[in-house]
Design a protein around this ligand. Structure first.
Ligand SMILES: [Zn+2]
Length: 260
């Protein structure tokens, strides 16, 4: 143990002995896939994040009027507040954030919100029926993960109608940014996403290939790309009105999580 580890162990022991003092949330999180280390030929998945501060708030606010798409905004946020993933420092190589699968980015985002505001985020919701105000507490670490059969460490495999085998990788943050910026329709989004994610067969012009595919094959490949992405499902939260007992539906998005 070095000095820092000893100090951390001591602090942890002290925190355990004094239950009335709430320990801040741990700053590490296990990712679903993580980053591949070519030197050790292995996946590294323990990430560390830090809380957002005033510098971050100003940097994010500066993006507001710049026509920035969601995936870009998220990249700026993650590149600031994710400290490291495995042995990789984000400061030294910010591109590791762009190469993370979307599920891992969502997990990191929720962890940053948790470290910044505490694990329980509180929302004021008025009841649609009796109009009473309710304080709803939403734990940031209890969003359900999508049930995905695919192992995120493995490539995606599919067979086209003519028997051709196709291998793809899961979409990452950079794919989302490029697609959101360049594509003007869902069809263009699908073309770009397929062209970026196909790894086999290797071809000179994957966009041409994606357009030449039959629509049935295209739909099937896009479905595989979307349905194989693991990650937390952020969306509806169900609660009951404290006054009349009726169900309250709260729809959360990244902005309400970040700014409340
Ligand atoms: Zn009510």
């Amino acid at each position: 143990m070095d000095e820092k580890q000893q100090a951390d162990a001591l602090n942890a022991a002290l925190a355990e002995e004094i239950p009335e003092i709430k320990a801040p949330p741990a700053t590490s999180i296990e990712l679903l896939r993580g980053v591949f280390n070519k030197e050790t030929n292995s996946w590294e998945s323990t990430a560390y994040v830090r809380e957002l501060n005033g510098f971050d708030e100003e940097a994010l606010a500066a993006l507001d009027n710049q026509n920035v798409v969601y995936a870009e905004y998220m990249s700026v946020l993650l590149k600031r507040a994710v400290v490291s993933i495995g042995s990789f420092s984000v400061k030294d190589d910010p591109t590791i954030i762009d190469n993370l699968i979307i599920g891992d980015r969502d997990l990191l985002f929720l962890k940053i919100v948790e470290v910044t505001y505490g694990v329980n985020r509180q929302y004021q919701v008025s009841c649609g029926s009796c109009k009473a105000m309710n304080d709803i507490v939403v734990p940031m670490n209890e969003f359900e993960n999508r049930e995905v059969a695919h192992d995120p460490h493995m490539p995606l495999e599919a067979t086209l109608s003519d028997g051709t085998k196709v291998r793809m990788r899961l979409p990452n943050g950079l794919d989302s940014q490029v697609v959101a910026k360049k594509a003007k329709s869902t069809a263009e989004q699908n073309t770009l996403m397929l062209a970026r994610c196909v790894e086999f067969p290797v071809m000179a012009n994957p966009q041409q290939w994606a357009k030449e595919l039959g629509m049935k094959d295209r739909n099937e490949l896009v479905r595989i790309l979307m349905e194989s992405q693991p990650g937390p499902e952020v969306g509806e939260v169900n609660a009951q009105c404290a006054t009349c007992g009726l169900d309250l539906n709260i729809v959360l998005d990244w902005a309400s999580l970040l700014f409340g």
